[in-house]
Design a binder for this molecule. Sequence first.
Ligand SMILES: Cc1cc2nc3c(=O)[nH]c(=O)nc-3n(C[C@H](O)[C@H](O)[C@H](O)COP(=O)(O)OP(=O)(O)OC[C@H]3O[C@@H](n4cnc5c(N)ncnc54)[C@H](O)[C@@H]3O)c2cc1C
Length: 223
Amino acid sequence: MEGVEGTAGDLTVRTSRGVVRAREVVLGTNGYTGAATPWHRRRVIPVGSYIIATEPLGEERVRELFPTMRMIADTKRVLYYFRPSPDGTRVVFGGRASFRTRTALETAPILYEYMVGVFPQLRGVRLSHAWTGNVAFTFDRVPHMGDRDGVHYALGCNGSGVVMMSHLGHRTALKILGRTNRPSAFDGLPFETRPLYHGKPWFLPAIGAWYKLRDWIDRRSAA
Ligand SMILES: Cc1cc2nc3c(=O)[nH]c(=O)nc-3n(C[C@H](O)[C@H](O)[C@H](O)COP(=O)(O)OP(=O)(O)OC[C@H]3O[C@@H](n4cnc5c(N)ncnc54)[C@H](O)[C@@H]3O)c2cc1C
């Protein structure tokens, strides 16, 4: 999609393959919101999220690390989240390994060090997979749904989107179908931007460093 014009109920969507007329358009571009929708682009901050997976370690070894086999997320500002793989044989470990745009290959060694910081007994294991993608943060740290110029949107899960964006997508669909008699608490909230922000998060490296410093201070003062 390259752009949307028109008014509520009569929209024209430009795509690389032609033009589509639509009564309803839903924008669900989250961390990939781009130049096609500049108003929304100014309101979400794309942030890379990175994951690594170890080679198979055997169920016994994984159970030693995760006695209850539960997923874990810590409470730092720059958090780690990790879990056994669904088959119980690997460790899958994620975090904000970088606040610049970097590839999964570049960030895998950083995540590896984070992982062995949590599980020193994993030093020396090999990684089989590393991947990355964007999530979308908002300036008020709250997910948003609403309408803008007749276009519905559900954006800005702040890193926890599997449940939240599914929920907001569902709520948006109910709204379009007229099958809800109560608005979502996330619908139509003021959707903030900031001066000098046009969709390229130039400030992220500085914010990331500041958050890491605050995490370090918290940890020192808790010791
Ligand atoms: C590595 C990683 C780990 C994560 N871990 C978790 C987790 O543990 N728990 C959790 O809750 N969430 C997690 N998330 C976040 C979660 O995956 C996302 O929040 C969720 O996928 C957002 O769903 P969405 O449908 O809103 O957007 P997305 O799944 O990001 O989809 C947006 C889509 O919009 C498309 N698009 C963009 N621009 C255009 C355009 N102009 N025209 C047409 N299409 C366009 C993109 O191609 C993309 O397919 C993780 C994300 C990543 C990257």
